[in-house]
Design a protein around this ligand. Structure first.
Ligand SMILES: Nc1ncnc2c1ncn2[C@@H]1O[C@H](COP(=O)(O)OP(=O)(O)OP(=O)(O)O)[C@@H](O)[C@H]1O
Length: 258
């Protein structure tokens, strides 16, 4: 109920207006407009090839838009605010001979242009250990990165993105089935760190049951934002048909199958 004030979160993390991208004359994003307020866990859903990764890449300034405007934290020069943004890619292709350990890989993230050599190794290690512990993978500290399982690597990539204390986290859904039995699922982990770090999260997802359970808001993308709202509002047969163009069983129905 407090009045707007000048705290760090007073600007809207993400605003996109009429964003357009084409590849070889083929429009992929055909006028995408949306806003993400602070503290949301937003799921971005849509069929294969609907432009979800392209949209994340636009938000990261990695993909040039042919029209429209993107502002992060009120800033349209995205490079100026990239230090406030973390990104976890869909996958990272690593050669088995890649030699860095988890610790060495994460230390790269903490490298500062001026004081890297003067930064205490002890402090770096403490921060790395604390971040790994936060996401439940501290024992991986000394393991070679190239030997990790898909789920372990995904968690290390999350740690990598969290080390610089981002305010906005963009995640492209990991390959299905990376969760280790007995551990919290990828989605539970994201929901946990979102609260812990007071983050705004945009998560590209194909797992509608997880979206239903954990997202606070959903955008269905198919070249444009077809529908948006709470999971209850978006994950129903009509909205999903609009987004996917085919009949997709809404999440609630899965419960009634048995
Ligand atoms: N750099 C590129 N050059 C040419 N075409 C591209 C490029 N990047 C993406 N595309 C095309 O744009 C469309 C959207 O791709 P994008 O990866 O954004 O979809 P997506 O919704 O993330 O798909 P998925 O759910 O399969 O990961 C696809 O047809 C893809 O082939």
């Amino acid at each position: 109920m407090s009045a707007p004030c000048c705290n760090a979160h007073s600007t809207v993390p993400v605003e996109a207006r009429d964003v357009r991208v084409s590849f070889d004359g083929q429009p992929v994003l055909r006028g995408v407009t949306f806003t993400v307020p602070h503290g949301q866990l937003v799921a971005l859903i849509g069929p294969n090839g609907s432009g979800k990764t392209t949209l994340l890449r636009c938000l990261l300034g990695l993909q040039k838009v042919s029209a429209g405007e993107i502002k992060l934290f009120g800033q349209s020069d995205l490079q100026k605010v990239m230090h406030r943004v973390g990104y976890v890619p869909q996958r990272l292709a690593l050669d088995r001979s890649f030699v860095l350990s988890v610790r060495e890989f994460l230390a790269l993230r903490l490298r500062k242009t001026n004081n890297w050599f003067w930064q205490s190794h002890k402090r770096t290690d403490e921060l790395i250990r604390a971040t790994l512990a936060e996401i439940g993978v501290e024992p991986l500290f000394d393991r070679p990165l190239a030997q990790l399982s898909g789920g372990q690597l995904q968690r290390v990539l999350i740690a990598f993105s969290l080390l610089t204390k981002p305010e906005l986290l963009l995640l492209d859904e990991p390959t299905a089935g990376v969760d280790t039995p007995g551990e919290e699922t990828f989605y539970e982990l994201i929901a946990h760190i979102q609260k812990q770090y007071h983050l705004t999260v945009i998560l590209v997802s194909h797992d509608l049951s997880m979206v239903y359970r954990h997202a606070s808001h959903v955008f269905a993308l198919n070249g444009v934002i077809c529908c948006e709202g709470t999971p209850e509002q978006v994950l129903n047969a009509d909205s999903l048909k609009q987004a996917y163009g085919i009949h997709v069983s809404p999440y609630e129905h899965h419960h009634h199958v048995h």
